[in-house]
Design a protein around this ligand. Structure first.
Ligand code: NAD
Ligand code: TYD
Length: 363
């Protein structure tokens, strides 16, 4: 079996569902269930004996050590993290606690477990650390995309905490020979994405008739990857990645935020026009430019040639097909949306957007 941390979050839950469907191997899913963790994401596995959920904190080395001893996983896939840049700006402490100290605690429990394994199992064991392209900092318009040798230059408390965790993972391989793999991936989108992030926020605000907040001039560029493609990349790296190596994962799909928002509005105009709900006009009319994020990185772009060359992975989904599927998923899962937009979510929206002046300029 494999041990997954953070498997109730956006990417982790997609990974666990995908893993059980495609690989069929048992999973112990260890998650603290912060505001971002949601057991409803895993409802499809309720009756499935191959999935065991355990609530807990990666900072609790003793609990993790006990679970590893009990379940004897052949691999750990580490997703658990605080993941939202805006939250890291208003409250960086939780990011250091979970992303840095938590990864350290997990590494300690995992290293002790791995050291005690019989030789054949020790040789096969893997620790896959899921990280982000944000550790590389920001690019100018004509800069080459990030490669695995680009120098780290994190700019937000989130990316700094992820960079620190990447360094610890690297050091554990270099110092102890611990068999680590690190993936640095670009922005994901798809089902179960918590609506504090751009794409699900725009879809859910649009349908609720609320402003669609675009930070600054909306010309910041992100490289978007469908979450199912990210899960497939992680499976490839786990199967055949070389211990100690890092792999950049990306969608070859750079887009300015404003273009993404326009596309979402156009798809919604098509799939769920305002006129069908008694309104009129386009969702584009709800776009509102608001105060920019402090230290906002201008451009991310991933050079994903290494993982293609060495492991044969490349994205299967185009942005056009993936984003349409995603909008349709949100339209079909309004109960899921209503569920996650609970009291805590409303508090966050108030805190993050009131100070940005949501009555700002509209298009
Ligand atoms: P998410 O915020 O949706 O989910 C994080 C999960 O981790 C939640 O289920 C949460 O309950 C759990 N968690 C948080 N703190 C924990 C702790 N101390 N102990 C145990 N569990 C804890 O995040 P996501 O978007 O699914 O991202 C997953 C991973 O992928 C993160 O490491 C993130 O840095 C990385 N990543 C995300 C993206 C993206 O676009 N979302 C891109 C590249 C890399
Ligand atoms: P986000 O989904 O938070 O991901 P990240 O910051 O990790 O890239 O944001 C994606 C981009 O969208 C980023 O440039 C910030 C921008 N953004 C907005 O313009 N408005 C919003 O309300 C949010 C949440 C993000």
């Amino acid at each position: 079996m494999i041990f997954v941390t953070g498997g109730a979050g956006f990417i982790g839950s997609n990974f666990v569902l995908d893993w059980i469907e495609t690989v069929g191997e048992a999973v112990v899913n260890f998650d603290k269930l912060t505001y971002a963790g949601n057991l409803n994401n895993l409802a499809g596995l309720k009756q499935d004996a191959r999935h065991r959920f355990v609530q807990g904190d990666i900072c609790d080395t003793a609990q993790v050590a006990q679970l590893l001893a009990d379940h004897k996983p052949r691999a750990i896939v580490h997703f658990a993290a605080e993941s939202h840049v805006d939250r890291s700006i208003s409250g960086p402490g939780a990011f250091v606690t979970t992303n840095v100290n938590g990864t350290f605690s997990l590494l300690e429990a995992a290293r002790a477990y791995w050291s005690g394994l019989p030789e054949a199992e020790r040789a096969e064991f893997r620790f896959l650390h899921v990280s982000t392209d944000e550790v590389y900092g920001t690019l100018g318009p004509d800069d080459a995309p990030f490669t695995e040798t680009t120098a780290y230059a994190p700019n937000s408390p989130y990316s700094a905490s992820k960079a620190a965790s990447d360094h610890l993972v690297r050091a554990y391989h270099h110092t102890y020979g611990f068999p680590t793999l690190t993936t640095n991936c670009s922005n994901n989108y798809g089902p179960f994405h918590f609506p504090e992030k751009l794409i699900p926020l725009i879809i859910t605000n649009a349908r609720a008739g609320k402003p669609l907040p675009v930070y600054g001039d909306g010309q910041q560029i992100r490289d978007w990857l469908y979450v199912g493609d990210h899960c497939a990349a992680i499976r490839r790296v786990l199967a055949d990645g070389k211990p100690g190596e890092t792999y950049n994962i990306g969608g070859w799909n750079e887009m300015a935020n404003l273009d993404v928002v326009h596309i979402l509005c156009d798809i919604l105009d098509d799939l769920d026009p305002k006129s069908a709900n008694g309104g009129s006009g386009s969702y584009r009319e709800q776009i509102t430019f608001v105060k920019d994020r402090p230290g906002h990185d201008r451009r991310y772009a991933i050079d994903a040639r290494k993982v293609q060359r060495e492991l044969g992975w490349k994205p299967a989904e185009t942005f056009e097909s993936g984003i349409r599927k995603t909008v349709q998923w949100y339209l079909d899962h309004q109960e899921w949306v209503a569920n996650v937009q609970s009291g805590d979510y409303l508090k966050w929206v108030e805190q993050n957007y009131d100070q940005r002046d949501m009555a700002g300029e509209t298009t």
